[in-house]
Design a protein around this ligand. Sequence first.
Ligand SMILES: C[S@@+](CC[C@H](N)C(=O)[O-])C[C@H]1O[C@@H](n2cnc3c(N)ncnc32)[C@H](O)[C@@H]1O
Length: 346
Amino acid sequence: MRIDIATLFPDMCRSFLSESVIGRAIKGGHIDIRCHNIRDYAGNKHNRVDDKPYGGGTGMLMQAQPIYDCITAIREDTAPDRRVIYMSPQGRPLSQQTVKELADSDGFIILCGHYEGVDCRVLEELKAEEISVGDFVVTGGELPALMLADAAARLIPGVLPNDEAYEQDSHFDRLLEYPQYSRPEVWRGRAVPQVLLSGDHKLVKQWQDEMKLAVTLAKRPDLLVDRRNNGKPLSKYVRFAVRDEGLPEDIFAALTMLSKNKALNSKEKKVFVKIDKYFNEFLPFPKEISGEKLFTYYKTENRDIVDMCLSLCDIFTAHEIKIDIIYSEIVGKIVREDGYRAFCKE
Ligand SMILES: C[S@@+](CC[C@H](N)C(=O)[O-])C[C@H]1O[C@@H](n2cnc3c(N)ncnc32)[C@H](O)[C@@H]1O
């Protein structure tokens, strides 16, 4: 596995890569990470690699040719179609799934921008993918590149003590990790959960699995239905409910109420009409069945419906109505929920 980093500041990267877990992994030969100075490909006596952007604007732009020559040299040394990843605030967000996919390959090239970024033509020419480390901007691609290289390197066999070390971590299976405790058993009046002291591995594992779901639901419910990831959502079924006072209602009842109260603005009305038609056509509305409310669960694999419900959530949020997203793995079974009965449809 070889990672090549193309940058104007190779020493910045080398300094990080020489320390700690990754430093030891490189020294131990588990992974090969090389840093290349784009300036070595400047091709002029002043070693200039940047210029003013056409059309004006502050700052300098990294020029296409030195980047192209640097990446071409790396491709000649590795593979002509070596994957190039440009770290960019405009890229798709970096996820553990992408990291795993890259770690399973035999290597890739990371391009770091600096100043105002790079001449966009070189990205097209190199067929570079753009990956972002978050919706914010840092001064250069070096820190993002090191984050990607570090995240990929720790998945390479031999870098961590064993596979379990990262398989238990947050995001490996799209869930967050369970809470962890160390000595002492009681700290400032807070005790370690009894099950962790039981020595019963089966029980501990069961507790950890349950806590992973609970923690994810509490801290990052968006991970359970993640529309950014193109991945399969975790839960098989999902129900969107609004909670006014007391028991949760399916969102359609609340939407009808908002509509009847003429609380929707014209843009929201359009969404309502579109969604109303769709749901009438394809899905049953929650019905009263022998005096008990029947909630409708939607299959989370049906991205269209889940996405529509999420856009309804935006409307409710705008009207300051609280939304609950309720997940279920139970198929075709009636489950009791807050005294109501809910039914998961196949
Ligand atoms: C100051 S930024 C340039 C931002 C660019 N002008 C824009 O608005 O899209 C300089 C470099 O930092 C890197 N960078 C900045 N923010 C990043 C982010 N969130 N993720 C990945 N790379 C980032 C990119 O390589 C970028 O070329």
